[in-house]
Ligand binder design. Sequence first.
Ligand code: N01
Length: 539
Amino acid sequence: MTNKEGKGSTNYDAVIVGAGFAGMYMLHRLRKLGLNVRVFEAGEGVGGTWYWNRYPGARCDVESLEYQYGFSDDVQRGWTWTERYAAQPEILRYQNYVADKLDLKRDIQFSTRVNSATYDGPSGLWRVETDKGDNVQARFFIMATGCLSAARVPDFDGLEDFKGKWYHTGGWPHEGVDFTGQHVAVIGTGSSGIQSIPIIADQADHVTVFQRTANFTLPAGNRPLKDEEIQETKETLLEKRKFARTTPGGIICFEYNETLLEEMTPEEVQHELESRWTQGGFAFLGAYGDEMATDEANKVAADFAREQMSKRVMKPGLAETLMPNDHPVGTKRLCLDTDYLETLNKPHVDLVNVREHPIERITEKGVLADGTEYDVDAIVFATGFDAMTGAILGVDITGRDGLSLRDKWAAGPRTYLGLGSAGFPNLFFITGPGSPSVLSNMIVSIEQHVDWITDCISRLTNGNIGMIEATPEAEDEWVEHVNEVAGMTLYPQANSWYMGANVPGKPRLFMPYTGGVGIYGEKLDEVAAADYEGFRLGA
Ligand code: N01
């Protein structure tokens, strides 16, 4: 059989979409099972989010000694990290190192975007079509598309009129951008904006930062790694990884203090907050047990954070605009910065509060906000992603009896365990909505999912079972549970991308599972031990 471009139709055991951390490990595990696997990847190389996000200052906010695979002693011993928080080029080099070491690239078709996947009931196979004219079939279809990969430029009027250059942080030119001598507008002050603005400001003659929501940010405390800590990790990583899977966030470089605020003395509270702030990173969100659970407890940490941030702001009147006051600390992703607030003190950097001075449109010359036109040579959109569902729904997925995933999820994603969705047999999501995913160390969660999916596929193939599908009842129960536990936290209070709030028209609901990696892992184990309870296994 040939399609219109003359390519032959090919059968695989499994097709994986995406060659980031998730797709690479999934490929490795399924190949070890003896399966014939094809990975389709839109980029020209491996890396996923780290392939695309090459903006200046791009850096991981999980410590590099933990932000690496933990499934192979050989792989981890062969790589040496240099900084506490690895920068994007180093992470991408690491991913290529792993891909080469495991000889993964021969099964990855690069520069190829999957357009659609359709389940054929009679054969029990998925038919997958790409923008390069591939038309392949596979029993298992696995979305390893990442949670933050569908970059989003807001629908500003007039962008097509702009005579300068514009960029999105999530799709940065590979050759880099030199802003020397330029006037630059940066729109967005989430992690990407906060990381890139200091470096852009080092080059540019003038930078105007457009801020819609003031964000909590703390100094990352990045530094070169010491030989002893590198060595210690090499000796212990695999063992520590087992422990990481029992923790709420899959991170072990700090511990959550479980004592409630009211059970601590003011001195103890101050000590916890100070030492965690100084440590840098997400440790700050674990200063006491109810920090993310009650407004009163959160406010103590938020006040501390505002006080620390204010100390770094010197320009008259600036602190008021920069202080986050419309959401509890941690309910939007906490930002880790290197000199962000100090950069805003500089005379050639201005901050525009978009809430007071809304952006009306992009013009030929720059950005028009509240009647003022800001003339610039370049605009940087640090405006984020259609998170968690954007990349999944970017593929036109049709399941049993013509059911479209886009239709099914029109009011928000519905999954069982974030792994599967009723009506879509043999379709797996890696770190899908309804799993801890972005609230955890992504690589720990990816490994947890890939291991589970591998065991499941192994069970099916060994048992001569052709099909697994979430039942609607188990899915309804899980969706309800995910909402219920999210409702026990402060998270839903913020207009965050966790809630879909950054995309106009997107349904608002809290997409990740807040129960934590450890508790979630117990549930995964129970389901597997009960022969995939909540899933229907069939011929
Ligand atoms: O995206 P974001 P990001 N007009 O959505 C603003 C991970 N990450 O790319 O907050 C004006 O956080 C928007 O405003 P508001 C990390 O998980 C990690 O920065 O919606 N402004 C916000 O300020 C992170 O959380 C790392 O009101 C508009 C900004 O654009 C996630 O990726 C580094 C607007 C978008 O912030 C996403 O981060 C980078 C509009 N129409 C990313 N639309 C690290 O590892 C949006 N904005 C450190």
